[in-house]
Design a protein around this ligand. Structure first.
Ligand SMILES: Nc1ncnc2c1ncn2[C@@H]1O[C@H](COP(=O)(O)OP(=O)(O)OP(=O)(O)O)[C@@H](O)[C@H]1O
Length: 264
């Protein structure tokens, strides 16, 4: 069952309108990147998807049920949210404990707990650090601990807020492998990111936001080829894509492989 926002709007209690009339459907196992400049309304939109915020008008449903009728803890079982800064999320004194927090909260038996923790550790590449204090780990590894602590649950969608920030090439590779694995498991991945290369390399569907609402939603090639959308959302194409345009090779090439294929 999809995540569905219908004319969803949100105004913060201090009166700041953050999101206005967003219509968006994200299906099972879909990969979607939400992009747009600071303040466009991206974070508020994804927080409505997992029940951290409820729309002040319009509706949001997850699994066919309105979030307004469900507790945040219940929605979080279906839609996991990984914070941008792992320090806002991690509180365990060792990685093992951090990963076991959710299984204990759900009172899973030891067999299931061990199996889920092992799998989450494997997917996030943190198996060697289980006995360490997350605060003693480098930032990039801490990020994967934060992701693992969410993946250990059985959510069918995971929201990744700026996952590439602070990652080196190795971390990026691991992140992409993990996202592929999530896709193979039928788990939807929704990301908020300012990293357009990550969007081009990893996502097929892009939702561009500006002025508190969605201004484009479609295939990454089409969205990135649209000058007016790029301008309005204040987005910069990945360098390789801009180069292909500037050289007159292609308006839609996005990835290095696309451009390489055009050069005789
Ligand atoms: N807790 C809050 N109280 C009041 N206004 C807020 C709050 N959080 C965000 N806003 C405002 O809501 C609007 C949308 O913010 P939001 O964080 O959703 O945008 P964003 O696209 O995620 O930005 P960023 O890329 O900086 O994270 C902005 O004008 C912001 O200042």
């Amino acid at each position: 069952m999809p995540i569905q926002l219908s004319d969803a709007s949100f105004t913060y209690p201090n009166g700041t309108p953050a999101v206005e009339n967003v219509n968006l459907t994200i299906g099972d196992g879909e990969r979607v990147a939400i992009v747009g400049q600071n303040g466009a309304g991206k974070t508020t939109t994804v927080k409505m998807m997992n029940g951290l915020l409820r729309p002040t008008s319009g509706t949001v449903s997850v699994d066919g049920e309105l979030t307004a009728d469900r507790s945040a803890a219940d929605i979080a079982k279906s839609v996991g949210y990984v914070f941008q800064n792992p320090d806002d999320q991690i509180f365990g004194s060792d990685v093992q404990g951090e990963l076991e927090y959710m299984p204990k909260y759900y009172r899973w038996d030891a067999v299931k707990r061990t199996e889920r923790v092992k799998r989450a550790a494997m997917m996030t590449g943190i198996g060697h650090f289980m006995q360490l204090n997350p605060n003693d780990l480098p930032f990039a590894i801490k990020k994967f601990v934060a992701i693992g602590a969410i993946l250990v649950g059985e959510c069918r969608y995971v929201i990744l807020d700026e996952p590439t920030a602070g990652l080196d090439g190795r971390g990026l590779k691991l992140l992409n492998r993990m996202i592929d694995q999530l896709g193979a498991d039928g788990i939807g991945v929704i990301t908020i990111t300012h990293d357009m290369r990550f969007v081009a390399d990893t996502f097929d569907r892009v939702v561009a936001m500006a002025h508190r609402t969605v201004i484009a939603d479609g295939d990454v090639h089409d969205v990135f080829a649209d000058d007016s959308v790029m301008r309005e959302a204040k987005l910069k194409r990945p360098e390789v894509s801009q180069l292909a345009r500037d050289l007159g090779l292609s308006d839609t090439a996005l990835r290095l492989g696309d451009v390489a294929a055009l050069v005789p």
